[in-house]
Design a protein around this ligand. Sequence first.
Ligand code: ADP
Length: 547
Amino acid sequence: MQGLMMGTQLLISTLIEHAGRHTGDTEIVSRRVEGDLHRTTWREVQMRSKQLANALLAMGVRPGDRVATIAWNGYRHLELYYAVSGIGAVLHTINPRLHSDQIAWIVNHAEDRHVFFDITFLAIAQGVASRCPTVASWVQMSAREHMPADSVGVEPLCYEELLAAASSRYVWPSFDENTASSLCYTSGTTGNPKGVLYSHRSSVLHAFGAAMPDAMGVSAADSVLPVVPMFHVNAWGIPYTAALVGCKLVLPGPALDGRSLYELFENEKVTFSAGVPTVWLGLINYMKQNGLAFSSFRKTVIGGSACPPAMIRTLNDDFGVEVIHAWGMSEMSPLGTTCKLANKHLSLPRDRQTRILERQGHVIYGVDMKIVDPDGKDLPWDGAAFGDLLVRGPWVMREYFKGDGGDPLVVDDDGLAWFPTGDVGNIDADGYLQITDRSKDVIKSGGEWIGSIDLENIAMAHPDVAMAAVIAIPHPKWDERPLLVVVKKPGSTVGKDELLAHYEGKIAKWWTPDDVVFVDAIPLGATGKMLKARLRESFRDHRLPTA
Ligand code: ADP
């Protein structure tokens, strides 16, 4: 027997309709590449998305066509999020920090029909245009007066002119909620990038999940600033979640340095934010150097790579900001787990609570997870046993775009299909996950595994360490041994012995790194994560004193 409820499809257009109709005058503030601060509202974004929808249809965009963006976080990017997906086309967000060869490869693989780009990315467009035969037009996301005179090779259309010529009368079409809505490529640290193709249903359900109290926990009372870029897994879904709850949205554009962010946080009374650990380093340093405090900022999600406990402590104790440690990946839209205390934890002493909050957290409804041994057998949830982490759920990927990489899923003894994350972790008796490593970063010493994240977190807690990475170095006796790579804080004279002594009593003795090297910088990838593969390459010939 079928239920007798309306079969309203879960479409991304329902989010902007909701925000425009019910929280229409709530502000969207953007720092523009033009240099100024721009103010609009959800109602205006709804109206301009409809204009853009009409403009896209006039350009010949058809359902299923890929329309790409190379853009910062800003209101025009937001309009593209809604207009492109709203008409049934696929929004392909490109990471501008990738190498131009990779960008050209991705545009060709996605067969993008149109590419919308911020003024600051004209050189990227010019660099790849001749290699991108599927692209019918390049559109510069600005008004005519901000278009540079020299745009040889691209001859872009003007975004504001396209909108001005289009009507704002448009009724979003209804179609199957499983239709593709957007496309993101993984960073491809090993081999070519692979496309993750989200659907309307997965995006709307993820937006619900992300808004929940134990996840991001945002509401209409919040002023939300996503530092995480809209080209990195849809800014962790915040453009959708913000419309769903109808909150104020503050989009920082290209200015992600400590000073610019601090100004925006204060002037726009930001209450909630989200970003990878490395972006917070800049902001924290700027604020410490200038003796500044936050007046409204109260909570942030940090994820994308392990958030060092020292960073959680600093934000909490020195700046009054609650940190929600989160874990996920492009293939999961991206949210999998978020770390908040459960009722049973509330009576625990503060240090026990802190230790729980350092973990990657509990699954959000919709996601299920488990850890397995190399034979695929379930491992116990005792906070000690660790193994390969598998996930499943409505916003978890089933296969990559165009079937690249074959069928990634594994089927367990109960016949359930799971996505192997490539991460290694343990789960405690209350269901709280701790990621110990990515499987390719694990250090295999004498047949046992050493998790690099723990070793990095301990180094990061030393007052003289600005950034730390631990990588595997080949060893004649033990197979591999850990090497600690450190960027010192300016003016520090800390040495190897002191840093190694800092590990005493905190871990099993045999986990202690065999050596320490000091570097000026650790290479970061296009989404702000440490490039450990590059570090391993650089130190391939490093001779450990124990070798
Ligand atoms: P990529 O970096 O490959 O482009 P993602 O941005 O999707 O892909 O990164 C996903 C990966 O980042 C996860 O599989 C995991 O290894 C790592 N990661 C994300 N959040 C955390 C976290 N809180 N702690 C540790 N690792 C994390």
